[in-house]
Every structure is written in structure tokens, then in C-alpha cells.
Ligand binder design. Structure first.
Ligand code: NAD
Ligand code: TDX
Length: 339
């Protein structure tokens, strides 16, 4: 199989590249990535020497880049991870989210129509379902939960999902979609909650918790997400949506305190800051469908995954320190200074 992985220099995409190279050594992986602020070629260092791997720098929304690549490579499967992925950045400036997340998806699917494909897979998010109230722990997102978005980011991801389903119905494109809960693990960009808190706690800097820290996220170790996508693209039914999540719900405050505790740092570092506008209260996935149809279950508990993640950040300081020393400094100033 010849597989195109877009956004493979980012967090989940890179973990997926490594998962595929290890578990399907006969397949070829081509990574197309624009290398935005979130893309990092250093992350793919270990793949670069693999003869079954090729990296191409380019924008999924650029037809002049995407179409010749499809013509040359004749892909069997496309897995689209490429996206602007940070909710706070979408509040600051929505436009690039619409361009990459919606129009980029369209360009990729147009290329699939023109050059033929066995499967186009869209990596989506539980955020397309909006949020659940904190006082209803009995409620979960299923694949039938209505789309109901809160942020420009989630609206762009939901729009892309609808476009994917429209291409399936109108043009008979063989598609699938997965909607996953919050991931964590190696190579997670330090603007997101868990790596931000690990890196700041290590430096004994204040830990900015939005609002009261009571919002709930359903955390999934990134390798479990990769295993689920791998199953769906090879064995999942065409035209279907599969939710992915592992019943690992935690409040943000619980997550931050766990990190402080594991690093043996003081809880005095926690600083409550102004809440995110439109902040979703709770995400919680019901993964029954993917479990029943494909036998998928998460392998990593939160307690185990967070320890492994912290250890990875301790062992790979140069990876995240390089990021913190770049443009990230002005990002942090902009987002958190007067908060
Ligand atoms: P990320 O921000 O870490 O990585 C995104 C990657 O896409 C980067 O390498 C970036 O350079 C690349 N990219 C951005 N715009 C591009 C463009 N126009 N053309 C080509 N490449 C481009 O994101 P992530 O956290 O790895 O998320 C990957 C996907 O998974 C996204 O689609 C996201 O919506 C989805 N998702 C993420 C999570 C999560 O918890 N992180 C959960 C569910 C779903
Ligand atoms: O400094 C912070 N303080 C804080 O309290 C940051 C960065 C976040 N938070 C809170 C906001 C959220 O309730 O932590 C929670 C997690 O925040 P993020 O890491 O920004 O993730 P989230 O907004 O939940 O979205 C993530 O999961 C779904 C990914 O970034 C999305 O790409 C994915 O679709």
C-alpha cells in the first residue's frame, strides 16, 4: 500500500507515521506537511532514513502541489491529519482554520476523485459534537450526537466532516471519519495543556489554568489513537464515522495536579487565569461502535500514559526547548500576558 499522511510533522501525524512504519513494514508512507509553526522536521528524524518513507513540504490547500503529487505517487489511502489544531489560536484568528481545515480537505478529496483512491480518511475530533454539561456524567457523545460546535476550530472541523460525507454521497468517494477525544503523548506541541504544564512545571514557572479548572476532557494516549485509525483505514466500513476515546475523563485541575505531583513540584505554581471564550465544559466519548465492529480498545490507562509522557519530556528536553526558544516566546506573551 502507498499511504499519504498529511500533517505528519505534527503531533498525532508523526506518531502515526512511526506506528505505520513499525506495524506495516511493507507499506510506503509519504508525508505531506506545510511545516507551519506546529510542524517540526526534527520530529521525523528517525523516519527520514527509512527507504519506505518520503517527506514532501507542501500545503494541502495548494492544488498545484497536491495534484502532481497524487499523479506521481498513485496513493491507495490518504489519511488527513493536516490542520490548524489549537482552539485558542482559532479564537485569535479564525481565517487560516477555514482555509486549511475546510478548503484543504476539499483539495485533497478533489485529487482523490481525479486520480482514484481506495480510501480517504478524515481525522476529526470530538469537538464537533460541542460539549456536555458537568452535572450529567451519564451522557456521552455517540456517532449519532448532533454536530453543535463552539469555536472557530471546531466549526472548521465539523464543516470538513460534512464535506467529506457530501463527497461520499455525491461522488461515491470511499471515505471514513474518526472523531477522537484529547490526545497526549510524545511530540505534543507545548501550547496544549499537558505539554505546556510539564514544560512550565519543570522550569518552576506559573501554570495558567483557565477559569476554575473544572472543565473535563477525555484523555487518550496517542498510540491508542494511531492503532484505532490504522484499524479503520484497513478494516472499517466505507462511509462510516467512528468515535475514538477511552473513558479517561479528568478535570483540568486533576491533570495539572497529577503532573505537579509526579514531578514533585508545588501546587502553588497553579495560577487561575481568565477563561477561554466559549470554553467547552465536558467532552466524553462512547467508543462502543469501534469496539464492537473492529475490536478496538485503548491499551494505556491515564495513570500509565501520563507517566510515560512525562518521562518522554524529561528524556527529550532538546526537542521542546528548541520550540520554546523560537517564535513560541511571543505566542506565550500574546496569549497569557494580561490574562
Ligand atoms: P498539530 O497542530 O500538532 O499538527 C498539525 C500538522 O499539520 C503540523 O505538522 C502542520 O505543519 C501541518 N499543517 C498545518 N496546516 C497545513 C497545511 N495547510 N498543509 C499541510 N500541512 C499542514 O496537530 P495534532 O494535534 O497532531 O492534530 C492532528 C489532527 O488530529 C488534526 O486534524 C486535529 O484536528 C485532529 N485531532 C487532534 C486531537 C488532539 O488532541 N491533538 C484530538 C482529536 C483530533
Ligand atoms: O494554558 C492552558 N490552560 C488551560 O486551562 C491551556 C492551553 C488549556 N487549558 C484548558 C483548556 C481545555 O479545557 O485545558 C483543556 C485542554 O486544552 P487544549 O490542550 O488546548 O485542548 P482542547 O481545547 O481540549 O482541544 C484539544 O482536543 C481536541 C486539541 O487541541 C484539539 O486539536 C482536538 O480536536
Amino acid at each position: 500500500m502507498n499511504i499519504l499522511v498529511t500533517g505528519g510533522a505534527g503531533f498525532i501525524g508523526a506518531n502515526f507515521v512511526y506506528y505505520e512504519l513499525e506495524n506495516h513494514p511493507d507499506d510506503r508512507i509519504v508525508c505531506l506537511d506545510k511545516l507551519t509553526y506546529a510542524g517540526n522536521l526534527q520530529t521525523l528524524d528517525k523516519a527520514m532514513t527509512n527507504p519506505n518513507f518520503r517527506f514532501v513540504k507542501g500545503d494541502i490547500a495548494d492544488r498545484d502541489c497536491v495534484f502532481p503529487l497524487f499523479e506521481e505517487e498513485k496513493f491507495d489511502i490518504v489519511v488527513n491529519f493536516a490542520a490548524e489544531s489549537h482552539v485558542d489560536r482559532s479564537v485569535e484568528n479564525p481565517e487560516i482554520f477555514l482555509k486549511t481545515n475546510i478548503l484543504g480537505t476539499q483539495v485533497l478529496m478533489d485529487a482523490c476523485r481525479k486520480y482514484g483512491i481506495k480510501r480517504y480518511h478524515q481525522v476529526s475530533t470530538d469537538e464537533v459534537y460541542g460539549d456536555l454539561p458537568l452535572d450529567r456524567p451519564d451522557l456521552f457523545f455517540t456517532e449519532e450526537t448532533p454536530i453543535h460546535t463552539s469555536s472557530p476550530y471546531s466549526a472548521s472541523k465539523a464543516s470538513a466532516d460534512l464535506l467529506v460525507l457530501a463527497y461520499a454521497r455525491t461522488f461515491k468517494l470511499p471515505v471514513s471519519i474518526t472523531r477522537c477525544s484529547n490526545n497526549y503523548g510524545p511530540y505534543h506541541f507545548p501550547e496544549k495543556l499537558i505539554p505546556l504544564m510539564i514544560s512550565r512545571a519543570l522550569a518552576e514557572e506559573s501554570l495558567p489554568v483557565y477559569g476554575k479548572g473544572e472543565n473535563v476532557r477525555d484523555w487518550l494516549y496517542v498510540e491508542d489513537h494511531c492503532a484505532a485509525i490504522d484499524l479503520v483505514i484497513r478494516k472499517g466500513r466505507e462511509g462510516e464515522v467512528y468515535n475514538i476515546g477511552g473513558h479517561n475523563e479528568r478535570t483540568n485541575l486533576q491533570v495539572v495536579k497529577t503532573i505537579l505531583n509526579l514531578l514533585d513540584k508545588s501546587e502553588d505554581l497553579i495560577t487561575y487565569v481568565t477563561d477561554r471564550p466559549g470554553h467547552d465544559m465536558r467532552y466524553a466519548i462512547d467508543p462502543t461502535k469501534i469496539h464492537n465492529e473492529l475490536g478496538w480498545l485503548p491499551r494505556t490507562t491515564f495513570d500509565e500514559g501520563i507517566k510515560r509522557t512525562i518521562q518522554w519530556y524529561l528524556d527529550n528536553e532538546s526537542w521542546w526547548k528548541n520550540i520554546l526558544e523560537g517564535d513560541y516566546q511571543s505566542y506565550y506573551e500574546r496569549m497569557y500576558k494580561d490574562r
